[in-house]
Design a protein around this ligand. Structure first.
Ligand SMILES: [Zn+2]
Ligand SMILES: [Zn+2]
Length: 443
């Protein structure tokens, strides 16, 4: 068995040797952005690369997920490395798909290249022969929780139950054989440096909202109509009136959009649809805020006599970094970027389904720099693929070595030090409790 330092040198050498190929992957995915649960071309690319590396794998998990398991043949924990397949939708982005508007304005294209960098490091060296346990390399669908109405349609067809990729993989049992997981996400925040680890992320609930009014001639006889858009407008104002009640420490975020505001300008809007997230640092904060949001929605409907349907959907649970796991990653990333490259990451008010993972097993989601502009903005650009792909690929491969060398002593220690916040059964029960539909007809 080789020494840990030699194993780390070997994995880094392969990732360096594959730098051009990994840059090519990041570029190719950038130019073929696909929204969640539709990432067929991106999944096919991952599958083709796994095949080239001789990695047996399964496809079509939670519609588009791809999973390869590398077994050392010796007993020990299984560590998962994730890469997210999906893009966001930003029509003004320079690399947006001309038809769909999808664009990689969240940097997930770098994640796919990083995942394949780790795959090369394990498949093109003999490091596995010095490790114990297993590594699961998983390209996951649908991290961005978007297109709620479309995904409700998938749910109705029985194709999904939850609207995010990792919750679906948990539900399907695809993570039953995984003990701990890591994934690196791109950041544009200069304070976070070339590498850093946020301690926590907000969780979120999602709501699909439908106000139903009555159509009538908008000029000739509006008194015969019930204006569902006015109900939505009042509901939005009522939501804003809740904001002074949100505590700073709960980092609540509520950001509704109207996805359908009417159909024809000379008809009183009778069918108005909204989507919103209700985010918070804790589940209790999320539930407190969503109670107020529901009240505000009902107030809008009540004022004009519209009907209201609120479909509440489990979103993502709050994320917490596992300290012992994170320390291993930090030491490896520091060896690559130095003290000057290590940044300060604070609590993130966005959400991710790595939160769900972190509730049921030790997890770490470090940040990688190398991007500029606004995340989810038209100006988001990865300008430094060395920092956005090479560094996280090497840091994760080295962390796998640390975890699984010496009979997987470090992985066993991380697992011994961390008690999962909930079991898979408890997680699924909580997600299902959060999911419900309510109809109001209060006029
Ligand atoms: Zn995003
Ligand atoms: Zn993202």
């Amino acid at each position: 068995m080789k020494a840990v330092a030699d194993l780390k040198r070997d994995v880094c050498a392969v990732i360096d040797a594959r730098a051009d190929s990994l840059r090519g992957v990041a570029e190719e995915v950038l130019h073929h952005p696909e929204l969640g649960f539709k990432e067929h071309a991106t999944a096919a690319l991952v599958s083709a690369r796994f095949r080239e590396l001789g990695l047996a794998h399964r496809t079509g998990l939670a519609i588009t997920g791809v999973k390869a398991v590398l077994d050392t043949g010796r007993p020990g924990p299984t560590v998962a490395v994730f890469g997210e397949l999906d893009s966001i939708l930003v029509r003004g982005h320079a690399c947006a798909d001309a038809v769909t508007g999808a664009a990689h304005a969240c940097g997930h294209n770098a994640q796919i290249a990083t995942l394949l960098g780790v795959a090369s490091a394990l498949a093109e060296t003999d490091v596995l022969s010095s490790l114990s346990g297993r590594v699961a390399l998983i390209a996951v669908p649908a991290e961005e929780y978007v297109e709620i109405e479309y995904r409700l349609g998938l749910r109705e067809k029985g194709m999904i139950e939850f609207l995010g990729g990792k919750p679906e993989l948990i539900r399907l049992g695809e993570l039953d054989d995984v003990d701990m997981a890591m994934m690196v996400h791109t950041t544009t925040n200069p304070e976070e440096g070339r590498a850093s680890i946020p301690p926590s992320l907000n969780g979120c609930l999602a709501k699909f909202i439908q106000f139903t009014g009555r159509a009538a001639h908008a000029g000739g006889m509006p008194h015969k109509g019930i204006n569902a858009l006015n109900a939505a407008m009042l509901a939005l104002s009522a939501i804003h009136a809740q904001r002074e009640t949100f505590r700073d420490e709960d980092t609540v975020r509520v950001h509704p959009i109207i996805t359908k505001g009417g159909e024809l300008v000379n008809v009183v809007p009778a069918d108005v649809k909204m989507e919103t997230f209700v985010r918070g640092k804790t589940v209790a904060a999320m539930l407190d805020a969503e109670r107020k949001v529901d009240r505000a929605l009902r107030a809008g409907a009540l004022a004009v006599g519209a009907k209201l349907r609120i479909t509440t959907l489990a979103g993502y649970l709050p994320y917490e970094t596992d300290p012992a796991f994170a320390e291993l990653y930090r030491a490896n990333a520091l060896s690559l970027v130095g003290e000057s490259g290590w940044g300060q990451a604070h609590h993130h008010t966005g959400s991710s389904d790595m939160g769900d993972i972190s509730q049921i097993m030790p997890a770490v989601q470090p940040s990688a720099g190398g991007a500029t502009g606004a995340s989810h903005g038209a100006d988001f650009t990865i300008v430094d693929l060395e920092t956005a792909v090479q560094v996280p690929a090497k840091a994760m491969a080295m962390t796998l070595v640390d975890l699984l060398a010496d009979d997987a002593a470090n992985a066993r220690r991380v697992l011994a030090e961390t008690k999962p916040k909930m079991s898979k059964a408890e997680y699924l029960a909580m997600m299902r409790r959060m999911t419900r539909e309510a109809l109001y007809e209060e006029a």
